[in-house]
Design a protein around this ligand. Structure first.
Ligand SMILES: Cc1cn([C@H]2C[C@H](O)[C@@H](COP(=O)(O)OP(=O)(O)O[C@H]3O[C@@H](C)C(=O)[C@@H](O)[C@H]3O)O2)c(=O)[nH]c1=O
Length: 188
């Protein structure tokens, strides 16, 4: 597993080693003990899998607030998506900054997003599947969102038309109207 920290400290790009043979490939997409040795010690308790039919679907930007905040380990099961993390920890030197990476079935890359970040993605192919591990269970009462196209964030999603959104995501507030429940606890 190649592990690379992104420009947002705490957010990591993971590239599992793929063992190819005549049948296809094999990879370990998560190995708790090995990742703990690399400093990424997470207890994931829920796996999520969604499919977005239309190219240009955006899900996000989402978070769960404490006491049910979630770290997530994200990968693409089919097609291509653009995955984004945004720092929303008040007082963080990188508050409001984002990183985005193309995750695809072909490249096998994964994004590790800790608590205190928004997460969202845009699909770059039809019928795109995302699979992600979460460090806490779904808690709808802690569910929150920020508009994916908030001008203060200025995320370049690479969309060629209007995004396909859920009603909930279309009604999400922009950063200026959003009071983050997360506070930066200092450099690790
Ligand atoms: C997230 C979630 C949803 N649901 C249900 C609630 C609802 O009826 C249906 C669809 O939920 P949503 O519209 O919130 O699904 P979606 O917009 O795909 O939400 C997800 O987006 C990505 C970007 C994330 O990071 C996730 O944490 C999650 O927020 O699934 C669960 O049962 N468990 C879950 O963990």
């Amino acid at each position: 597993m190649q592990v690379t920290e992104t420009p947002l400290p705490g957010v990591f790009l993971l590239e599992p080693r793929r063992f190819g043979d005549d049948r296809g490939f094999f990879c370990e997409s998560w190995n708790k003990a090995r990742m703990a040795e690399a400093g990424l010690d997470y207890d994931f308790v829920q796996d999520n899998h969604s499919m977005s039919a239309q190219l240009g679907t955006v899900r996000g930007l989402h978070f769960q607030s404490p006491p049910h905040a979630q770290a997530k380990l994200v990968r693409c099961g089919r097609g291509v998506l653009f995955d984004v993390a945004v720092d929303i920890r008040k007082g963080s030197p990188t508050y409001g900054q984002w990183v985005g990476y193309e995750l695809s079935f072909d490249n096998g890359k994964q994004l590790l997003i800790p608590e205190g970040f928004l997460h969202g993605f845009a699909t770059r192919t039809p019928d795109t599947e995302i699979i992600y591990k979460c460090s806490d269970y779904y808690a709808p009462e802690c569910d929150g969102a920020v508009r994916f196209d908030c001008p203060d964030l200025g995320i370049d999603w690479g969309l060629s038309g209007d995004a396909v959104l859920s009603e909930k995501d279309a009604a999400a507030p922009v950063m200026a109207d959003f009071d983050s429940p997360f506070v930066w606890e200092g450099a690790a």
